[in-house]
Design a protein around this ligand. Sequence first.
Ligand SMILES: [Zn+2]
Length: 342
Amino acid sequence: MTKRCSTAAIVGYLVLAAFVPAAWTQARELYQQTQYKGQEIGKLTGDVYYARMDDYVSAFMVTSEGIILVEPIGTEMAAWLKTELARRFKVPVKYVIYSHSHWDHASGGSVYADTARFIGQENLLKNIAMPPAGTALPQNVRAQDTNGNGRIEREEAQGNIRAQFDLYDANKDGVLTGAEVTRGPIANVRAPDVTYTDRMNVYLGGKRVEIISRPIPHADDNTLVRFVDGTNVLFASDWITVRRLPFGQIGEAETPMVKAVEAMDFEFFICSHGALGKKADVTANIHYREELRAAVAKAIAAGQTVEQAQKSVLMEAYKDWDFYEQQRPQNVAGMYRSLTAK
Ligand SMILES: [Zn+2]
């Protein structure tokens, strides 16, 4: 038994080595860290499972003809998961569906390229394309360009740019242009083989998975995945958080979009981060947004500035949610701007 496991692991590493050059691997430590730790696979319902790497969660359906997987997450997760799936289910991954193009969700797909086809919303192609050669360095990176040549040499790079330099450096010349920095650390994001515009179905082993476009402020290539056929699992990446404050400067325009998701037919809900959820968690996310809107509107009516509103709108009923301290002021500011923009 021990012997068989170690052989499988060695084969897994050899397969990975063939697809992912060592310089391109991305350290797990670069990913968002929270109280959720470890790699695991768990059953949700029927033939649908979740797979976790620390805070990141993907979902997959097992059929007699293969596996349909949502987001590879990264090289380390993909290598581990591929070996685990082969060992447990003895069928290959046939489809990898991208939820959106961000590096921390879409990297690592090449690990599955020997058996899988890759599906993404059509905007994903634009988002992973190299911007025009003359693209300037983004404003927030210019301070790193200490020699002022309009590019970031390896020795100049700091912070995330330094940590992910090889993932930004698309042509591997050791220098980052404005175009490469703007494009992002996506060297490990494999382009989709199949793109769709509004909606598509994947059929495999007599089962169906619905793939639905839902452009949001966070990502214009955002995709929802609904595992159908008696399983009732919905996957939505990043924006509908489970017992966690939404990220950043959310505005009121997003609330009806979350409501439209709530109206869909599902029982289990998987955000790409943190806790596993149910439909009630999507409802709770809507309540948070509505209560935030009401509280910020009240602060505006009382003549408060955005800074004052950030101090007065405490949303105390949500103190136990993840990222309460970090995200509440941003959520308030976003809602304030969204309500005063009219
Ligand atoms: Zn994202």
